[in-house]
Design a protein around this ligand. Structure first.
Ligand code: FRU
Length: 492
């Protein structure tokens, strides 16, 4: 084991002890210590789920990337394992960037990741990105002696060797391996490349699956490609997006392309595009197939524009989203909270047809910061102007998810959450509803809210850093509305 990896493992093991479990999310994975960004190597291996992540243990801000590692039986209770990769080779000295994992026929776990190395040329120092392998047993990983396995020489015409990253691997149904890798290509911006290999070590370019052509931001990152419910789904994360209507407001945001992938040409014939998450904090998602056949997605629950405002002494920064079960219906991507979440539920507290008019009500038994709520909102007479669920409430602070049926808008708003920074605090989504009837499914976990709207046709995720003493929940209406709620305290 290299010295940098040994150092990281010793450091994280020691520093983690100073973080009380109650100061972290209860069931969302957070950085063991220091900084976390993208989920990596999300896979089921050796009878358990593995989730690696972009990791800088030595600071709560981004730095030379390692891979953190955690395992779980149910995707909710995570156990940290020692860091899996450290930047310790000439081809990854500047960082082990994002990548993925598969199981090999011989039983080993294979990781493919982007190595970043400095190259000094006529134009000064540039950071070259290549794709690399590491093989392991679920705890310890050895980098392949023949790295890098995909380099600038494998790029199609005009591809940038400086933005060439985030390989997502899969085992091809007809045999062999495929990888989809993000690449920048002037002047249109990002594109997703397909590579094929028989032995995982020698790769050839198969084709360009999808191209940005200046539509969705600039560089594309973190691709994922899979078949679901009769459609092919290409997920990506784009830098520097311009908003389009209510879509793509996140600067660096996520997108989902639905269409048809031709495995022979590597071409993805695109039929539609949409945002994946309509909240403030969601990026770089990755999926896996569970042993029982569910396509589950997890993302980094943060936003590149607002993730640098905490003090350096913060012991951990960065958490994952809730794992979400995906489906494709009515030409859109739908998301539902992972069904295992039900195992964390305490006793249900239920209220039916509660009327609320020009004010707010609190309901006995509905409170706390680790809570799940299924809410059905309906008009009670003339259409109300606004209905809101307020939570993490206390001492003048709250965050809310509100619904304005006249505008068909759901909004997440954390401006009174205790934030003292002039950052984005609100985001709106255009929603479908039935004359003011709407279902909201909210998951609160200490420092976050994820709002699943309707059947899961939209999700809005946001982090909040309100003091944990703010435990209140209330239901507000401008006008007169009626609602039913089922709430569960979620245990650890
Ligand atoms: C996305 C990303 C990836 C890269 C990683 C570096 O958030 O920029 O493209 O591999 O983060 O940490």
């Amino acid at each position: 084991m290299s010295q940098p990896l040994r150092d990281a493992r010793r450091f994280e093991e020691e520093k983690e002890r100073a973080i009380a479990p109650g100061d972290r999310p209860a069931f969302h994975l957070s950085a063991r210590v220091g900084w976390m960004n993208d989920p990596n190597g999300f896979s089921f291996y050796g009878g358990q789920y593995h989730l690696f992540y972009q990791y800088h243990p030595y600071d709560s801000h981004w730095g030379p990337m390692h891979w953190g590692h955690a395992v779980s039986q149910d995707l909710l209770h995570w156990r940290y394992l020692p860091a899996a990769l450290a930047p310790d080779m000439p081809y990854d000295r500047e960082g082990c960037f994002s990548g993925s994992a598969i199981t090999l026929p011989d039983g080993r776990h294979a990781l493919m990741y982007t190595g970043v190395a400095e190259e000094v040329g006529a134009g000064g120092v540039r950071r070259v990105q290549t794709q690399n392998l590491a093989f392991g047993d679920g705890v310890n990983y050895e980098k392949y002696a023949g790295n890098p396995v995909i380099t600038a020489a494998d790029l199609p015409e005009g591809g940038s060797p400086y933005d060439f990253r985030d390989p997502k691997l899969w085992v091809a149904p007809g045999g062999g391996y495929r990888a989809i890798v993000a690449n920048d290509h002037a002047p249109g911006g990002g594109r997703m490349l397909i590579y094929r290999s028989d032995d995982l070590k020698r790769w050839t370019l198969e084709g360009v699956a999808a191209e940005n052509n200046g539509r969705l931001g600039t560089m594309w990152e973190c691709p994922d490609l899979f078949r679901l419910d009769g459609a092919d789904v290409l997920l990506g994360s784009a830098q520097d997006m311009l908003p389009r209507g209510f879509e793509y407001h996140n600067g660096n945001g996520t997108f989902c392309l639905l269409g048809r992938f031709d495995p022979d040409t590597g071409r993805f014939a695109e039929q539609s595009d949409q945002a994946i998450d309509y909240g403030i904090d969601f990026y770089a998602p990755q999926t896996l197939l569970t042993p029982d056949g569910r396509r589950v997605m997890i993302g980094w629950m943060q936003n590149w524009d607002t993730c640098n405002l905490h003090t350096p002494s913060t012991p951990w920064f960065g958490q994952m989203s809730l794992p979400r079960e995906l489906s494709v219906k009515h030409g859109r991507l739908y998301q539902r909270p992972l069904r295992e979440l039900r195992s964390l539920r305490g006793e249900a507290v239920e209220y039916r047809d509660v009327a609320v008019e020009n004010g707010e009500v609190a309901l006995p038994g509905v409170e706390g910061r680790t809570v799940e709520m299924e809410i059905e909102i309906a008009p009670d007479g003339p259409l109300f102007n606004r209905f809101a669920v307020r939570f993490a409430k206390g001492d003048g602070r709250y965050t809310q998810v509100s619904f304005r049926p006249r505008e068909s808008v759901v909004k997440v708003d954390r401006k009174f959450s205790g934030s003292r920074r002039a950052i984005i605090h609100q985001r709106r989504a255009k929603v479908q509803h039935d004359g003011g009837r709407l279902r909201l499914h909210l998951i609160l976990d200490r420092f976050s809210v994820e709002a699943f709207i309707g059947e899961g046709e939209q999700v809005m995720s946001a982090t909040l850093y309100t003091d944990l003493t703010a435990q209140g929940i209330s239901f507000y209406a401008d006008g007169r509305a009626r609602f039913s709620v089922r709430a569960w305290a979620l245990g650890e």
